[in-house]
Design a protein. Sequence first.
Length: 371
Amino acid sequence: MAFVRKGVIPIANKRTSQYLRTQYPNLELEIIDLTDWMHNHRFIFFLGSVATFWEYASDIITRKKRAKDCFWRTKFVFKTIKRIINSKINAQEYAFTFQMQSLFDASTPHVPHFVYTDHTNLENLAYPIVNPDALYPQKCIDMEYTIYQNASMIFTRSHNITHSIVNEYHCRPEKVACVYAGSNAPIDDSITLTNDNYTNKNILFVGIDWERKGGPELVKAFMQLLPEHPDAQLTIVGASPEIDHPNIHLIGRVPIEEVSRHYRNASIFCLPTKLEPFGIAFIEALTHKLPIVGTNIGAIPDFIEHGRNGYLVEPYEVNELAAALKELLDDPEKCCRFGEYGNKKAVNHYNWDRVSERMATHINKILNFQG
């Protein structure tokens, strides 16, 4: 089988290939890294860069889009990748092909092909902070449509993306399956928390993009809580906003292996994001038995069952956010109950063993049908 990716990052690229290898131990797994291929073929990379600036110069100059993102959304690069894969893959040597994300088309004739994605271009229109003019042009949507139509099966990480592919890209519902995604943190029910049984009133935010992740709104909501909960704490991991308050602790970026310590020391996880393709931090919070407050957008309703393991609020609604946090600060027993329920949800849905098993179930049906 061929596993086609665009770089090692995000970590889901590595995890997915590892667990597919576990599901198919008798198949040799060949990783085709398109980023490495481009770097090893400098002239093609140069031509792709020229095409990028030809098609997106104004957006890049005005900083509406990043050049490295635009590169993969040019017709030249799209056609080049298609040609590379078609010259390499054949039905005699490969049982199937599998690609991460929907930025290129790695399908080839007569070989079953699977796509695993956490986004679509058109789903961005569902987010409150997205300007329709900031979307990639129609030609990108047309290329994306081709990717989905050429796939034997499309796997998604959340139901909102499943609905987008079915409703906005006109794929048959039986061709699209939500298999979720695994946590980057270990998943079990034996995690030892250091939050004094949810009484330390420590609210945790984990995210680098402070504005997009709703950091300013969280700080405003937090300030509303202090008159009634003067001992409440807000810990910010990842971002480094300019804030000076004795109850707000700025941790900044830390190695991934150190993040777990901050989850274990929190009583509540809050990420009032305004745009989130998936949101792995929510899954990490579930695995650490934390009640969650998040926004009612994107994949987040998959993570949060309102009133069962947390609360959903609308983006930008500071008063609503403060009220949800107060509910949890007022009731440590509820925090514990929500946390236990969320951990079971993570074990059942968001671990890579389960994700790869769901994928394999669909892959095997198609391989048997075509075999």
